[in-house]
Design a protein around this ligand. Structure first.
Ligand SMILES: [Zn+2]
Length: 116
C-alpha cells in the first residue's frame, strides 16, 4: 500500500505547516466589528438636518463569552488593531478546521495501513 503511505507523508507535511502557521498568529479576539452612526440629544444639530448628518462612525465589537453575548465600544484609534485581531481569530478557526480535516483523513489512513 505505497499510495497510502505517500498520502500519509503529504498529510503529515500539511499538518506540520498548519501548526507552524498557527504558531505565527498574533493577537486575536472573538467577535465581529460593526460601524454605527448615532443621533444625539441636541435639538438643533446636523444629525437632525435634512438630509441628516449622523454622528460617527462609532465602532462596536459584538462577541460571545461563556455563552453570553456582549458588546464593547472600540475607540477609533484601536479599530485597525481590533480588526486585525478579529481577522486572526477567523484565520485560526480556518486553520483548525483544515487540521481536523487532514487529521481525520490521516488517522483513517494510518488505521488502514497498519492493518496490512
Ligand atoms: Zn447631533
Amino acid at each position: 500500500m505505497k499510495k497510502g503511505r505517500r498520502r500519509i507523508c503529504t498529510l503529515e507535511r500539511q499538518i506540520a505547516k498548519i501548526k507552524q502557521e498557527i504558531g505565527r498568529i498574533g493577537d486575536l479576539r472573538r467577535g465581529s466589528l460593526s460601524e454605527q452612526y448615532n443621533i444625539c440629544g441636541t435639538p438643533i444639530c446636523k444629525c437632525k438636518a435634512s438630509p441628516p448628518k449622523k454622528h460617527g462612525p462609532y465602532y462596536q465589537l459584538s462577541f460571545t463569552r461563556n455563552g453570553r453575548s456582549s458588546t464593547q465600544f472600540v475607540s477609533r484609534k484601536n479599530v485597525k488593531k481590533v480588526k486585525m485581531q478579529v481577522k486572526n481569530y477567523a484565520r485560526l478557526r480556518k486553520l483548525l478546521e483544515k487540521w481536523a480535516e487532514f487529521g481525520t483523513e490521516l488517522s483513517d489512513l494510518k488505521l488502514t495501513v497498519e492493518d496490512e
